[in-house]
Ligand binder design. Structure first.
Ligand SMILES: C[S@@+](CC[C@H](N)C(=O)[O-])C[C@H]1O[C@@H](n2cnc3c(N)ncnc32)[C@H](O)[C@@H]1O
Ligand code: SF4
Length: 375
């Protein structure tokens, strides 16, 4: 089993909170896409003998790709890799791109899952975020996608946005969960340095996000999503049963994936690598017959930290038998000892083979995780 991630590094405009890698200039777009196809061909042997069961177009904004551009990727992928006929094939899409005409074209491609970056259904949030879409588009794109035959649709929302009150968030969640979706991702706002948002906060142009409010919004979400049939399965992810994202699950469960495109990450079970975060440098290296990237061979300690961090984010938590097999009885004992104060506070739940976060514990996941880094 393996996954392929394709990073499409172009956006119409820069959202004020975002520090993903993208360019708002379409310059060099053809060379960049050619470069990604070159990278795919050159690295194809890395996935030899593996069945590709997830493909994910992320970004940036993959919904800026034309049908022909998308199909060039698919033709190459189907000729180079052993793609499972049942593969989950996701495209991140922005509401303003999802016109009926575009949805019809995407439906004719192998894409069978859409992850739509709605962020908020409130016009004032969309404006202050500098999103390219408006409330109307946020509301209409999901029913339109469902009418076009998409049966697996996810929405991204952001909570903790300045000026987003609990009552507004309740409306956002209600609207989202009443739409024909199978999956919901909700992220607490992170103020990333060097973004327009962080500059606006420093200048006092926008209020400082309030952690208390964000925590209240998250707590409401956990309870309401569960009540409406979308239980959380990972800290930021909720789905109808059976619609958990296979691609993201693979990241959290340490399954290998190959990331193509500038800034894309790859993992082969032993090492991680990151492509250069610059469209120009990425293309130039490929045109020289090289790949510009950094690599980290994971140490025993790094693997342990990843195992704890990713397992704890999942609702099923840390498998104690898997922990014992990989790290031995000594480390397992030390971890259980470090976990005990949190078990007593009921932030962690321990049953026969699992150590997992309770709903209260979800709010303190980072603190708990760092205390469990016993190596
Ligand atoms: C790869 S990003 C962007 C995907 C797509 N281009 C879009 O804008 O919808 C995936 C998601 O991360 C979330 N996100 C990005 N930056 C964030 C931040 N600073 N704080 C919280 N969530 C963020 C947004 O919900 C976004 O939809
Ligand atoms: S949030 Fe999405 S659309 Fe906005 S700048 Fe980031 S990647 Fe581009």
């Amino acid at each position: 089993m393996a996954g392929i991630y394709l990073h499409i590094p172009f956006c119409k405009q820069a959202c004020h909170y975002c520090d993903f890698h993208f360019s708002t200039s379409p310059r060099g777009r053809e060379d960049l896409l050619d470069g990604m196809l070159m990278e795919m061909k050159r690295r194809a042997s890395e996935l030899q003998g593996q069945v590709v069961n997830t493909i994910y177009f992320g970004g940036g904004t993959p919904s800026l790709l034309s049908y022909d551009e998308l199909m060039r990727f698919f033709e190459e992928m189907y000729s180079l890799f052993d793609v499972d006929p049942q593969a989950e094939i996701t495209m991140e899409a922005n509401p303003d791109d999802l016109t009926k005409a575009y949805l019809k074209l995407v439906k004719q491609s192998p894409i069978n899952r859409l992850s739509v970056g709605v962020q908020s259904f409130r016009e004032e949030d969309l404006l202050s975020m500098n999103r390219a879409h408006n409330k109307e588009q946020a509301l209409s794109c999901i029913p339109n996608a469902a009418d076009m035959g998409f049966e697996n649709i996810s929405i991204d929302l952001i909570f903790g946005w300045p000026k987003l009150e609990l009552s507004d968030w309740i409306k956002n969640v209600e609207i989202a969960l009443a739409l024909p979706i199978t999956h919901l991702s909700c992220y607490g706002l992170t103020v990333e340095s060097k973004t327009a948002l962080s500059w606006q906060i420093v200048k006092g142009l926008i209020e400082v996000p309030d952690d208390e409010k964000a925590a209240q919004q998250y707590e409401y979400l956990l309870t309401e999503a569960e009540r409406l049939g979308f239980p959380w399965y990972e800290i930021s992810n909720f789905s109808k049963p059976g619609f958990e994202s296979k691609h993201n699950r693979a990241y959290w469960e340490g399954i290998p994936y190959m990331g193509l495109g500038p800034s894309a990450h790859s993992y082969d079970g032993e090492k991680r690598s990151w492509n250069v975060k610059s469209n120009g440098a990425y293309v130039a290296a490929l045109q020289r017959g090289e790949r510009e990237y950094e690599v980290e061979i994971l140490t025993h300690k790094a693997k342990f930290h990843e195992f704890i961090l990713t397992s704890l984010r999942m609702r099923k938590g840390i498998s104690l038998s898997a922990l014992r097999t990989a790290y031995g009885d000594g480390i397992t004992g030390q971890l259980l000892e470090a976990a005990q104060p949190f078990v007593e506070k009921r932030w962690l739940i321990r049953d026969a083979n699992q150590l997992r976060l309770s709903q209260d514990g979800l709010l303190f996941a980072d603190k708990i995780t760092s205390e469990l880094f016993v190596i």
